[in-house]
Ligand binder design. Sequence first.
Ligand SMILES: [Mg+2]
Length: 231
Amino acid sequence: MLEGIRLISFDLDDCLWPCRPVIRRAERRLYRWLEHHAPRVTEAMSLEAMWEHRERFMAAHPELVHDLTLVRLRTLQEVMERFGYPQALAEEATALFRRERNRVEPYADVAPALRALRRRFLLVSVTNGNAQVEETPLAGLFHLDLTSAEVGAAKPDPALFRAAADWAGVEPAQMLHVGDDPERDVLAARRAGLRAVWVRRRPEAAWPWREPPPPRWVISTLAPLQAAVAG
Ligand SMILES: [Mg+2]
């Protein structure tokens, strides 16, 4: 599987750490902060109402969905304006969310595998989300971190894979992508000419299609990748 590979790209959310608990906690922290600093907002809007507001904003602005931090800032700016608060509060609130968003807990197999793999391969993180890897416990383990916000398009668009290939000066055929999402990771990587590994953290997750079939490598932890470079 690693024959001829020079660069391994990794998806982050739900591949290297569970995403939902982090977002949930960050949203609750943000809401408590708003209760304190912008009480007219929270008196009028529940946490759920704020989610719905953001959903509507994203539906109305599909051109921004690759930049979730900007979406969050813009929706908070709208809310602050509506309730007569300064725009600076939206920026502070977004910064607070980002700090909380980076407080991820990687799966136990991740750091040891990355440490082993980075001795032989270039490691690049590629995410549609807004975590900042260098602010997480995985700081220092990747050679490059790329986000959809920076490259201007989210997976399954090939832009993130192309940016990684260009940075390293390698061909797609020399790249392996590791991710949890069948469409945005596995199929997107294949279409871009990369090999792909499907990380299935939840054993109940099923491959969604008969055709195309799942990749040859389906793993529930990164241990098999680490084992492949051992010795
Ligand atoms: Mg993911």
